[in-house]
Design a protein around this ligand. Structure first.
Ligand code: SF4
Length: 177
């Protein structure tokens, strides 16, 4: 029997859409752009909500690695909220798991900082082009550096799956669809 692929693997272009990788803030976009974002997010959300490996995907993205983009019904900001709720921090992700979804090879935290230092006037998009990664990956590494999370590691025991799912249930995104 053929293995069943998760919905994100069946529609990778949806999950790699720049608007889901770098969600806009409502005040920075027009009503049409905001509607477009909400529609795309709702579409990915529906697929994740019906995914057979949702629990494992969410757990890994919250507890094990800091993954880019929208997955397991959560944005990067929502997963940061989950980690705060759970009292955990995770290593900056430089594994293929975290970068495969945005194309290009893994981009190291130091590489992003090095590029920023060498090209201080570049926009994030220009840095991303130099590094061959997505703009959101560059933004994430720069944000982590600003927040002093450049090389942090988990400091407490890992939460259980039940704790992660309970924390997810406390987010608004768990009630969408
Ligand atoms: S829950 Fe994870 S594995 Fe499933 S469709 Fe969403 S991102 Fe893909």
């Amino acid at each position: 029997m053929k293995p069943t692929l998760p919905p994100c693997a069946m529609a990778p272009e949806m999950y790699q859409d720049e608007i889901l990788l770098s969600p806009p803030s409502r005040r920075d976009v027009t009503a049409d752009e905001w509607r477009d974002y909400l529609t795309k997010r709702a579409s990915a959300h529906r697929r994740c909500a019906g995914c057979d490996v949702f629990d494992a995907c969410l757990y890994r993205a919250v507890v094990d690695v800091d993954v880019t983009g929208f997955l397991a019904c959560t944005s990067e900001a929502e997963r940061r909220r989950l980690r705060r709720d759970l009292g955990i921090e995770v290593q900056v992700d430089s594994s293929p798991y975290g970068t495969a979804r945005v194309g290009g090879g893994p981009v190291d935290h130091a590489e992003v900082l090095g590029a920023r230092k060498a090209h201080p006037d570049d926009t994030c998009r220009q840095l991303a082009e130099r590094l061959g990664c997505s703009t959101s990956t560059v933004k994430r590494h720069l944000r982590q550096e600003r927040e002093g999370r450049g090389a942090v590691v988990a400091t407490i025991d890992k939460p259980t799956m039940g704790q992660v799912l309970d924390a997810f249930d406390r987010l608004d995104t768990s009630r969408r669809v």
